[in-house]
Design a protein around this ligand. Structure first.
Ligand SMILES: [Zn+2]
Length: 164
């Protein structure tokens, strides 16, 4: 028994070569990997429901290598994203610190401009008037009326010059 004779349509017979051991048509269960171009047994391919031969077009080795590479790249991308986030946080912190520094410097400048201990023009003028009035009184031996006259102001103004 070498061939199976089938006559499905009357008058047309099909010759199918038979294996002596299994009695089933023996097509080589091989396939070329689309990636590495090796011809391999179908068992070297992962299953795939929607293809004609029921297996993937890449062999297992190629798929594993691809997945390894994919995982490595994904891990790298994840790490890069983490580092970028850290960097953004550091930059935000730096910006905040700079803003704070700027504010502190501004406050210090304002304070310096006010010159604590330095009299205003009005205060300086009052101080001068007081010193002048005192000196004038000394010169007039304590006589305020005379001193006012000498200073060319009214007694009232002279008292104000003395500081009340
Ligand atoms: Zn391959």
């Amino acid at each position: 028994m070498s061939n199976l004779q089938l006559e499905l349509v009357p008058g047309v017979s099909l010759d199918i070569p038979m294996s002596p051991t299994r009695g089933v048509a023996q097509t080589p269960q091989m396939k070329e990997c689309r990636k590495c171009r090796r011809r391999l047994a179908l068992s070297q391919f992962n299953k795939h429901r929607s293809t004609d031969d029921g297996v993937q077009s890449w062999c297992r080795d190629c798929q594993q290598a691809y997945m390894r590479q994919y995982n490595v790249e994904r891990a790298q991308q994840k790490r890069i994203a983490e580092l970028e986030k850290e960097l953004a946080e550091i930059r935000a912190k730096e910006k905040k610190e700079k803003e704070l520094e700027r504010k502190v410097a501004e406050k210090a400048k304002e304070k310096k401009e006010k010159q604590p201990g330095w009299p205003t023009r009005k205060q300086a003028r009052e101080g001068f008037d007081r010193e002048y009035a005192k000196a004038t009184i000394r010169r007039c031996r304590g006589d305020r009326r005379r001193a006012a006259r000498m200073a060319g102001v009214s007694l009232r103004t002279f008292h104000r010059m003395m500081g009340g």
